[in-house]
Design a protein around this ligand. Structure first.
Ligand code: PLP
Length: 389
């Protein structure tokens, strides 16, 4: 079917929740994807930081093929080895407690919200301006963005929004606070690194108030910032973290991981999900984990992140180049969505605009130095070409 045919079906039968690019993708390998006309693209969005291992990583493909031929689903009323193995790896690589599996980032945050509320009944949850925690009702209520929340009122009560400043956060946390929920680096709103002092203040305030500190590592986790978890670089350990996006190596899985303190809050029946932690996605996640926990890969993420930011700073037309590891954004003095469209169609480079003037780059973590330079050259050419009116 032609692209026009797909667009006609979308117009007639798909709820219009996405602004899609006019490209049909049919194949991917590593840092590359191909469209239905055979054009090859360099992918510096990685499915919004889902494909940290790259497209169709051989280890993930092999694990999925193997598991698909044996057992795809069992329900959580039985044991399966991939899920138990993944839980152990997630806990041992981070907070040492216990894991709840789910199917997406929003679901991971829903689980976290329920957990902290049960740990401190009736307690409030403090979130930070510019945060993004997902689009289901609890997660949306934790996402203080007017355009996303306003059409869907009334939201879940009990959320307080503070500026990302230590004093504001400390003032908002009190005896009736169940949790502070925060990203280590805000992703969806344009890669804003939360100051170390803010996260330290959150830790201190939570300790004082008997509240839980929860880090949303859905985008920052699984190596994106150059350590397996972003919190490892800030000297603050949360009571729980949420992960999803890259966890499944391209397949949908999310998880809530607790430390010791919150490990035994849930009892049977408190929460659940039919598909969660199924053997197929868990096998894929274990394969992705094998790739992403490699210290050499993580060192490369830190090094290439620097190379990417340095290169972007050197390009005429960029400002405020920022980020950590291979989670990077910059500002332009032109229409960013237009620039992203021209990068896609003219330079065959996949980027992502997170706002009217903000461009975000999230390459697969297996990217090579030469590909960073190639992407920089392509970005340079789009910036240099005048936008067509
Ligand atoms: C993507 C994202 C979510 C939501 O994940 P979904 O899988 O889309 O529900 C939540 N928090 C952060 C930080 C994210 O980047």
């Amino acid at each position: 079917m032609s692209l026009a045919g797909l667009q006609a079906i979308e117009a007639a039968h798909v709820l219009p929740t996405y602004a899609r690019q006019p490209v049909e993708l049919v194949r991917g390998a590593g840092t590359r994807v191909w469209d239905s006309d055979g054009n090859e693209y360099l992918d510096f969005m990685a499915g919004i930081s889902v494909l940290n291992v790259g497209h169709c990583h051989p280890r993930v493909v092999e694990a999925v093929r193997d598991q698909a031929g044996r057992l795809t689903h069992a329900t959580n009323l039985f044991y399966t080895e991939p899920a138990m193995r993944l839980a152990k790896r997630l806990a041992e690589s981070s907070l040492g407690g216990k894991v709840f599996f789910c199917n997406s980032g929003a679901e991971a945050n829903e689980a976290a919200i329920k957990l902290v509320r049960k740990a401190k009944p009736g307690g409030g949850i403090v979130v930070v301006h510019g945060a993004f925690h997902g689009r289901t009702y609890g997660a949306l209520s934790a996402t203080p963005q007017e355009s996303k929340q306003a059409p869907f009122a009334p939201l879940v009560p009990g959320f307080t929004v503070v500026a990302p400043e230590p004093a504001a956060l400390e003032a908002a946390v009190g005896e009736d606070t169940a949790a502070v929920l925060v990203e280590v680096v805000q992703g969806e709103t344009g890669v804003h690194v939360m100051p170390d002092e803010l996260l330290a203040a959150a830790r201190a305030a939570c300790d004082r108030a008997g509240a839980a500190l929860v880090f949303d590592e859905i985008q920052t986790g699984m190596g994106r910032t150059g350590t397996l978890w972003a919190y490892e670089q800030v000297g603050v350990v949360p009571d729980a973290l949420t992960t999803a996006k890259a966890l499944g190596g391209g397949l949908p899985i999310g998880a809530l991981v607790t430390g010791e303190r919150l490990a035994d809050v849930f009892a049977p029946g408190d929460h659940g999900s039919t598909f969660a932690g199924g053997p197929l996605v868990a096998a894929a996640a274990n394969a992705a984990f094998d790739v992403l926990e490699d210290p050499a890969l993580l060192a490369s993420v830190r090094e290439l992140g620097e190379r990417l930011r340095e290169g972007l700073r050197g390009l005429p037309g960029t400002s405020d180049v920022r980020g950590r590891g291979l989670m990077v954004a910059f500002e332009v003095a032109q229409d960013a969505p237009g620039l992203v469209r021209r990068a896609l169609l003219e330079q065959r480079l996949i980027l992502n605009a997170t706002g009217p003037t903000t461009v975000r780059l999230l390459p697969p973590l297996i990217v090579a130095a030469g590909e960073i330079d190639d992407a920089l050259a392509r970005v340079g050419r789009v910036l240099a070409a005048a936008p067509v009116a």
